[in-house]
Structures are given as C-alpha cells and as structure tokens.
Ligand binder design. Structure first.
Ligand code: FES
Length: 237
C-alpha cells in the first residue's frame, strides 16, 4: 500500500458558486486504479464525491476524466503509472453537473447527427450480410470506439465552437462510411460537410493522443476529407 494525494476539482451546484479543489489522502495498492481511489474516497471519506463509472474495465467509456492535464479513463489509469500527487478534473468544454460528472447530452446528440447505425435497405443475400476480412479491416479500429468523450473534449476546435461535430461523431461517420455493407455514404457525407463539420478539423492530433483505444482518429478524418475531395463535395449547407 502507498499513500497518494488525489487533488480533485469539485463543484456542487447546490452549494458552490464556482469550482474548488479538494485534497484527499488515499491508501492504494500501486496495482489499483484511479477509479479504485474514487471509490475508496466515496466509501471511507466523503460520500458526496460524484463520478461516473460502470464496467471498471475500459469498455463502457463512462469514467473519462482529466488526469494531470490529459483525458483518460479512470479505470484504466493504474496508480503505479501516476505520480504521488494526482490532479483530477472533469472533462473540459462540457458543462459540469457535479464534481467529475459532465453533461454528455450534447456529445451524444452530435453522434446522432451522423446516423450511427448501419443503413442498407437491400434485402440481405442470406442469413446475414457477410464481410470479407479485408473489408472488416477497414473499420477494425473505428469499431473499438467506446464513446468516452476523451477525444472531443481534448479538441481545441471544440473548445471554441461547441457546435463542431467533433472527432468522436466524425469517427462514427467514418466507421459507417467505410463499412462496405452500408449504403448511406452520400447522406452521411452531406451531414458532416456543413459549417461545423469535417472541414473544421485542423489535424491537431490531440484526439489521437488521448484516445484510450489508440484509434488513429485524425487518420480516419483525413481519409474522409480525401473521399469528399474525390467526390467533389466541399461544403454542404
Ligand atoms: S468504468 Fe467503464 S470504461 Fe471506465
């Protein structure tokens, strides 16, 4: 066991006029995660500490927070990889509901805008629409996205333009545009080529740097830009 100091940015809308820092001294095994630290605080020191979590295994994407200035999943951040004092904040550029919980509604609404589901009205050839390993390889990275919001919240374009679709929604569009079973390429491209869409991406790579699934998000967005140019689609209304 080792003692870590968790410096947590807190905000309770019913009590605070603005955010405040609070320090917690927590005993943790270096093999435990930052999420274990949050749980330990909630159980043993302050039951009002508010954070999201579900799977604790890097699957649900609900525990994303900013750790020492970089977005990460709390459940995948092991204490042995962190310094003795760890600074934790809610995800940037999303409204804080309480402590480490941010309002994800605008984030998920943007995902909805790109039609995040397979569209194909042709009758299936058999029991299912098969895909070759090569075709599946085209979407292999994009399908591992867990929609944690780390990428969009780390994007400077999104910080300045909350209407920007953001890397997560654009990656979702790429995931279906690249899917050889899908038939809605044109409609999706129209949806992402508006004023707050794909062309706002300046290839800053913050999204790639923070993605817990190591997805080359900027690479996917660059691929979409190439496709749009090839089809002579520059900006829709
Ligand atoms: S709790 Fe599910 S990803 Fe961290």
């Amino acid at each position: 066991m080792k003692t870590y100091i968790l410096k947590i940015r807190r905000f309770d809308p019913e009590r605070d006029t603005g955010p405040r820092w609070e320090f917690f001294s927590v005993n943790l095994d270096p093999g435990e995660s930052l999420l274990d630290g949050f749980i330990r605080i909630k159980e043993q020191q302050d039951g009002t500490l508010t954070f999201r979590r579900s799977c604790a295994h890097g699957i649900c994407g609900s525990c994303a927070v900013k750790v020492n200035g970089k977005n990460r999943l709390a459940c995948q951040s092991l204490m042995k990889d962190l310094p003795d004092t760890v600074e934790i904040e809610p995800l940037h550029a999303l409204n804080v509901i309480k402590d480490l919980v941010v309002d994800m509604d605008p984030f998920f609404e943007k995902n909805e805008k790109v039609l995040p589901y397979l569209i194909n009205n042709e009758p299936p050839p058999g029991r299912e629409r098969l895909q070759s390993p090569e075709d599946q390889g085209k979407i292999l990275q994009a399908i591992t996205c867990i929609m944690c919001g780390c990428c969009t919240s780390s994007c400077p374009i999104f910080w300045n333009d909350s209407e920007y679709l953001g890397p997560s929604a654009l990656l979702k569009a790429a995931r279906f545009i690249l899917d050889t079973r899908d038939r809605a390429e044109k409609e999706r491209l129209q949806r992402i080529l508006g004023r707050d869409g794909l062309w706002r991406c300046h290839s800053i790579y913050n999204c790639v740097e923070v993605c817990p699934k190591e997805i080359d998000i900027t690479g996917h967005l660059t691929g979409l830009k190439r496709l749009a140019v090839k089809k002579k689609l520059f900006r829709s209304k």
